[in-house]
Design a protein around this ligand. Structure first.
Ligand code: NAP
Length: 449
């Protein structure tokens, strides 16, 4: 008899784990809280990054493999507990990612206009939980924006806020998103890096795109390119860092063309306060210096940037799941080689992969190796034990009246999105509200697995 495994999370790490499990002869139920699969490939990767988004095709093939059942629209912790999953399967792999934002913990962070990158990204990707009103209100009020953080999410957000309509118009962004970006009067986006250009975590390909946007100048302060010894050492040791600094130097040398929109890069600059009453009006920025160990220190010297939108793009954060051990300092599930541990002991049958295992780092491909390492641990533990049998959790969900979207339901959503896109001259338009997604899933009457 084959082992039956539950994978919680239908994003890249969950589906890569599924692939490895099925290849080893297991059957897998893939559970996701959203009514659609693909996690951050659908709701994180920027819609204009078509080649990265095409990973979806590879992930979809995994869902089509014999032995895989999609149970989408099922929230673990609400519709079913982890304990119930552990009783119903031979093992459970948690791959539910890191969906929350990290905060800056500065004054004014909750003023209108101050938003998390996670929320802005959810909005432009058409996530069903996105707060459309809050984001569009902030966008409508803004002519200048501050984006805090210099990682790849910061690059995505900055590009989406400044890109010409032609770049975004052919993507799968929902119509209300395209309309809001079209209306947007933002001319200046200020990107804040609390350390120097050598310490930024963006990758060169993504960074370069900022300098290739039609109608956008990149403004660089040459003083930021005078590197201290610790940064010089980084440039000498790391080719990616060297290339990033070279790209930024190129922009400083290129100068300005008088383009209608500008991206201003401010390094050695960290936000100290968001100004305003009710609605934000600007950001107080403190200048920093870098220590010999590479960390940023405030100098007490400040300047102000008038802005009506602030986007904190300072990383994602995993959240705890009922009855599952959690490391609240690192915001991950404690584990050794993917085995969830409580104290020194492994929790029988419980595993983790992806961002909730190691934190929000790496590109999509990183999750393949990570998931396969977890599956190796799981298979080694199961070796020689009898398979439990049974039909997983689907019958319980049916009994509880949970509206489950199976693979055919996803296919129906996919068809509806393609049809909507085609009607507007695009390949696809994302259906963004849960009700519409569920209605589309049921359109062919086969949403229940
Ligand atoms: P990230 O790479 O960790 O960047 C976070 C940024 O926030 C860093 O610049 C960090 O600076 C800064 N930061 C953190 N706390 C701060 C604070 N209190 N004040 C000011 N700045 C602060 O994270 P991310 O951009 O969210 O990306 C997450 C992961 O997804 C990354 O692995 C990324 O490569 C990946 N991703 C990839 C793509 C792509 O391949 N196209 C697109 C999006 C995301 P310090 O370094 O000084 O801490």
């Amino acid at each position: 008899m084959t082992y039956t495994i539950a994978v919680v999370g239908a994003g890249p790490s969950g589906l890569y784990a599924t692939d490895a499990l099925v290849s080893a002869g297991c059957t897998v139920d893939v559970i996701d809280r959203l009514p659609v699969p693909f996690g951050l490939v659908r709701y994180g990767v920027a819609p204009d990054h078509l080649s990265i988004r095409s990973v979806r095709d590879t992930l979809e093939k995994i869902l089509e493999r014999p032995g895989v059942t999609l149970l989408a629209g099922v929230e673990v912790g609400t519709d079913v507990t982890v304990v119930e999953l552990l009783q119903a399967y031979d093992a459970v792999v948690l791959t539910y990612g890191a969906s929350r934002d990290r905060r800056l913990d500065i004054g004014g962070e909750d003023l209108l206009g101050s938003v998390a990158a996670t929320d802005l990204v959810a909005w432009y990707c058409g996530h069903p939980d996105a707060d459309i009103e809050i984001i569009e209100d902030a966008l409508d009020a803004a002519t200048a924006a501050v984006v805090v953080g210099v990682g790849n999410v910061s690059v995505d957000v900055t590009r989406v806020l400044t890109a010409p309509r032609e770049r975004l118009g052919s993507t799968d962004m929902p119509e209300h998103v395209l309309d809001a970006l079209d209306r947007s009067g933002i001319t200046d986006v200020h990107v804040l890096g609390r350390r120097g250009p050598a310490q930024a975590t963006w990758t060169t390909k993504e960074l370069k795109e900022l300098g290739e946007l039609e109608g956008v100048d990149v403004v660089v302060d040459p003083a930021d390119l005078v590197l201290e010894p610790v940064s010089e050492a980084l440039v000498a040791a790391d080719r990616v860092v060297a290339r990033n600094v070279e790209v930024i130097r190129g922009w400083a040398e290129r100068g300005l063309t008088g383009a209608p929109r500008r991206i201003h890069l401010h390094f050695h600059s960290r936000p100290a306060e968001i100004l305003g009453e009710g609605r934000m009006t600007g950001v107080v920025v403190e200048r920093t210096t870098i220590d010999a160990d590479g960390s940023a220190n405030g100098t007490g010297e400040t300047f102000q940037i008038p802005a009506q939108l602030a986007v904190r793009s300072v990383g994602y954060r995993g959240v705890a799941l009922d009855a599952v051990p959690f490391d609240a300092r690192r915001n991950v599930i404690p584990n050794v080689d993917g085995r969830v541990i409580e104290g020194d002991a492994a929790v029988a049958g419980l595993y983790v992969a992806g961002w909730i295992k190691r934190g929000p780092t790496g590109v999509i491909g990183t999750n393949k190796k990570d998931a396969s390492a977890t599956v190796d641990s799981l298979l080694a533990d199961l070796e020689g034990t009898p398979a439990r049998g049974g039909s997983g959790i689907a019958p319980v969900l049916r009994e509880r009246g949970v509206q489950v979207v199976g693979f055919e339901g996803w296919r129906a959503i996919d068809a509806a999105e393609r049809a909507l896109g085609e009607s507007r001259g695009r390949v696809r338009t994302t259906l963004h509200d849960r009700h519409t997604l569920m209605a589309a899933a049921k359109a062919d009457g086969s949403s229940a697995p």
